[in-house]
Design a protein around this ligand. Structure first.
Ligand code: SF4
Length: 702
């Protein structure tokens, strides 16, 4: 007898459907769910190996552990002891230093229900907005871009638009490795329709770029110059939709004047590509009937991430390629539930259902619903600000859920100093492979994928249900249950009486009623029995909304989309004679984040088992570096030592390090974020992971 459980992959924002098969002796296998509309039965290498992460429990955290002081070892304690201590410490700091002395740092891998309860606890009851998540490192530039241009954080497209488009602009993304099932759909579409054009913008010739009709291998940080030049070309050749611009947008006239100022030849020179290639991009986009742009971290993780997003959105607004089948801007979320986190307001400047903390009416609506007099109007610390606040003593305690900041945040030296300076650190995680655990005063074991129920929303606004098919190991608990128990210990039990995660979800969707994100027609029961749906889903009879803005009405006050004129200069740190190379960081095909899950699956580690530095042959020769030589990459923040991989796939003057490795899986010498910059986008507060000034030398023994 084999049990079959429908669920959703817990890695990237494609959100593939998974069928988990469990036989009588508990053995698990996985396969793609042919009925899931996003993935149609496909899974990538990470998804196909999910069962190994479930069956191997050797590295799981099994029970709460606590240390009484920093010198003491962690000791096993009961849940009651652990959460009473946490509550006592939090209350002490709140009483003495105010609610902003504590905070939570969560993850785009949390389920929507988990996000909801932690957001409610800190913003509604503790009285601080210090909840931020690693989604700040991932999608916050896209969030701000959508809000400024479209009036709402709203991805207009569906994956079904892939098969309807005839031109793709993939910018700052490598879906071949990072969103493989989306990429497979694109590849199959192009194979069946050779007229479909692919334009890829990336300083690296990735596997995505290899299949492009046009690879624009730009210098890092020049994307806005490129996009404005393409816009200028579209305007001058009459490839714009004047009717759409007139009736559905504002801001075109000043935009046209601004982009006309930059000479196309000069733009090509700044970007480091040929003028011919810019003209070619203009022709491909201008002649297309369906134009989709896709982007990810190469755009978002930038000190000018919002400007890059706005410049890209402008291409859609001037050509009218939005709200139509096969057309639209399509941000690819890195994490499985970055979208769900945004829906519940799980960032330090947001409130549930995409409400804004800055809006007094929004604050009061949420306060009334939660049954509290008011909400604190002061924005909380964002991800990097939170660790800075710990370091300089403004924050005393942090609760880290489901993420590993000691590897994943930029300039991790600062993170380490912050965790040392913190008076109390709680780490709530699944396995003992998080480097951050070394600084925990309290370790809380969380249930893993398959051990809890809940929902996630993928990049196309599709909400999927995650089934439970295993009991949590040891004493591990679902993250939402841990936070609810903690809320009770803090004395807020009256507002946190949830018999199950479905009740949390009901509360969340009720709060969305009447908003642009209305999903009040959803429930666990409906998602479990009827399958996935795309929001808005405003009623139980609603079948969801595959495409937004089909009527040309946007979420802005005027109902018109905003064409924003943005500066095109890069604000990243300057290169110099001492630090002449640009370091960019990113993912590899078979690993996920800091490898706490994928790093223990042999089939996945075989692909690229160790960290490496991609460097152009000219840069290597200039430094006497040969293939596989150990190189030292350094700047004023730190250094990394890894073998060199010499390749023409990367632009001269640029080097690439994968971001996955930390101490537990290799050594701190392989940790890319030893080098990354503290700079953040001024609006989105997203870090500039894709541009750090470094020097590279051949390692020599002292
Ligand atoms: Fe999972 Fe993403 Fe791979 Fe799909 S594409 S199986 S969601 S990692």
């Amino acid at each position: 007898m084999v049990e079959i459980h429908k669920t959703t992959c817990c890695y990237c924002g494609v959100g593939c459907g998974v069928l988990v098969k469990k036989n009588r002796d508990g053995r698990i296998s996985v396969e793609g769910d042919p009925e899931h509309p996003s993935s149609k039965g496909m899974l990538c290498s990470k998804g196909m190996n999910l069962h190994y992460t479930v069956m191997d429990t050797s590295d799981r955290l099994l029970y709460p552990q606590m240390r009484w002081n920093r010198q003491a070892a962690l000791q096993r304690v009961t849940w009651d002891t652990a959460l009473e201590r946490a509550a006592a410490v939090f209350k002490t700091f709140i009483d003495k230093y105010g609610p902003d002395s504590v905070g939570f740092y969560a993850s785009g891998q949390c389920l929507t229900e988990e996000y909801y309860v932690v957001n409610k606890l800190i913003k509604g009851f503790i009285g601080s907005n210090n909840l931020d998540t690693n989604s700040r490192l991932c999608m916050s530039s896209a969030v701000v871009g959508y809000k400024m241009a479209l009036g709402e954080d709203s991805v207009p497209c569906s994956y079904e638009d892939i098969e309807l488009a005839d031109c793709f602009l993939v910018a700052g993304a490598n879906p071949a490795w990072n969103h493989p099932i989306v990429f497979r759909r694109m590849e199959a579409h192009k194979a069946a329709n050779p007229r479909v054009k692919f334009i890829v913008v990336d300083p690296r010739r990735t596997d995505t770029a290899r299949m492009a009709d046009l690879h624009l291998q730009v210098k890092p940080g020049t994307d806005v110059v490129l996009l404005n030049a393409i816009a200028k070309g579209l305007i001058s050749r009459g490839y714009i939709d004047e009717h759409f611009i007139k009736n559905h947008t504002e801001g075109f006239d000043s935009f046209r004047v601004k982009v006309a100022e930059r000479d196309m030849r000069e733009a090509a020179k700044i970007c480091g590509i040929s003028l011919h290639d810019i003209h070619q991009a203009v022709e491909y986009i201008g002649k297309s009937k369906g134009f989709i742009s896709m982007w990810a971290m190469g755009f978002n993780q930038s000190v000018i991430g919002v400007n890059k997003n706005l410049a890209l959105l402008n291409l859609h607004l001037i050509t009218g390629h939005i709200g139509k089948p096969g057309s639209g801007p399509f941000s690819l979320t890195g994490q499985p539930n970055a979208m769900g986190g945004r829906e519940v307001g799980g960032l330090s400047n947001l409130l549930p259902a995409h409400r804004n903390l800055a809006d007094p009416q929004h604050r009061q609506e949420v306060a009334d619903f939660w049954g509290v007099p008011s909400l604190n109007p002061k924005p909380g610390y964002t991800a990097t600000e939170m660790f800075q606040a710990l370091k300089d003593g403004r924050m005393k305690a942090i609760w880290i859920m489901c993420t590993n900041p000691l590897v994943s945040l930029p300039n991790v030296q600062l993170v380490e100093e912050a965790l040392k300076a913190a008076k109390f650190v709680v780490v709530q995680d699944v396995s003992n492979r998080s480097d951050t655990l070394a600084f925990a005063d309290l370790v809380l074991p969380a249930a893993a994928w398959g051990e809890k129920t809940g929902t996630m929303t993928n990049s196309e606004r599709r909400v999927s249900y995650l089934n439970k098919f295993n009991e949590p190991v040891g004493e591990a608990l679902p993250d939402s249950e841990i936070i609810v128990k903690f809320a009770h210990k803090m004395g807020f039990g009256h507002a946190f009486n949830y018999p199950h995660s479905a009740a949390i979800y009901d509360e969340h969707v009720y709060l969305t009623k009447g908003t642009n994100v209305d999903m009040s027609g959803l429930s666990h029961e409906r998602l479990r029995t009827q399958g996935t749906l795309q929001w808005p889903v405003p009623a139980p009879q609603s079948e969801g909304t595959p495409r937004l803005f089909t009527d040309g009405q946007f979420f802005t006050t005027s109902r018109k989309a905003q064409i924003k004129t943005v500066p095109d200069d890069n604000q990243s740190e300057a290169l110099s004679d001492d630090l002449p190379l640009v370091l960019t960081t990113g993912r590899i095909r078979d690993q996920w984040h800091t490898m706490t899950k994928t790093g223990r699956v042999n089939k996945l580690t075989q692909h690229l088992p160790k960290a490496f530095l991609e460097i152009h042959p000219a840069d290597a020769t200039e430094r006497g570096i040969k293939e596989s030589n150990i190189v030292v990459i350094q700047n004023g923040r730190g250094e990394v030592q890894v073998p060199a991989k010499i390749t023409t796939d990367i632009r001269q003057g640029v080097v690439f390090l994968p971001m996955h490795w930390g101490k537990i899986l290799q050594s701190n010498a392989a940790r890319a974020n030893n080098l990354t910059s503290d700079l953040i986008d001024p609006l989105s507060k997203e870090p500039d992971f894709k541009f750090a000034a470094v020097q590279v030398t051949k390692f020599s023994k002292p």
